[in-house]
Design a protein around this ligand. Sequence first.
Ligand SMILES: [Zn+2]
Ligand SMILES: [Zn+2]
Length: 263
Amino acid sequence: MPVECRESYILDQWEGFNSLELITPGDIKGIVHNHSTWSDGIHTLEEMAMECHRLDYSYFVISDHSKSAGYANGLSVERLYQQWEEIDFLNKKMEPFKTYKGIESDILVDGRLDYEDEILKQFDLVVASVHSVLNMDEEKATQRLITAIENPYTRILGHPTGRLLLSRKGYPLDMLKIIDACAANNVVIELNANPYRLDLDWTWIGPAMKKGVLISINPDAHSRGGIQDVNYGVIAARKGGLTKEFCLNAKSQSEWETWLRSK
Ligand SMILES: [Zn+2]
Ligand SMILES: [Zn+2]
């Protein structure tokens, strides 16, 4: 058992676990869940994409904040269309490196996402995250997330518990129910690699893999420097025993495109 995994009791009882394929920083092929000056990031979309390219990643998903995130300059539908024009332009300029049209869509109190289906279906990828009303009881918070997971346009559940290490506890969730809902709806769970989040907690990686749920190690970068936070996520993922096979953004670009089309 690799040193990092020795606390992860569930792995040594699982025949499917192959410690030889534990995720490494070099396995990460794409950088998912990032912000730019279109919402609350400090570098432009082009600067962020260029930095990913410079670091030798082969794809990049921009997912700025959505329209109800007024506190973070979230994107109105009109501004979304403007952003998509810039992405199309960048993709011609930077070919074959590709920037995908994502969004970090707020999960509303009742579990709905904050754009109409007509808009949601046009994204390459929707990350659904809770940013408001964090004080629900476990039953309500769990149901809120399950409603979001069951939305046919949700592909990744962002920072599932909302915790901020050293300052804020996550909201209480029945994580096994969340994992089951993700398995049933082909939704990937984020391991947010921001060192203040590391959320999904490493202890749930083994249970998620056992249910066939993929994990995406996402830096949630708000600046060029933040992209490399993905490496903190790899460390946490290794502790939880994440193998390359179960890591969404370890997919090559062609495998990634296949995954994008799988729902
Ligand atoms: Zn977020
Ligand atoms: Zn974010």
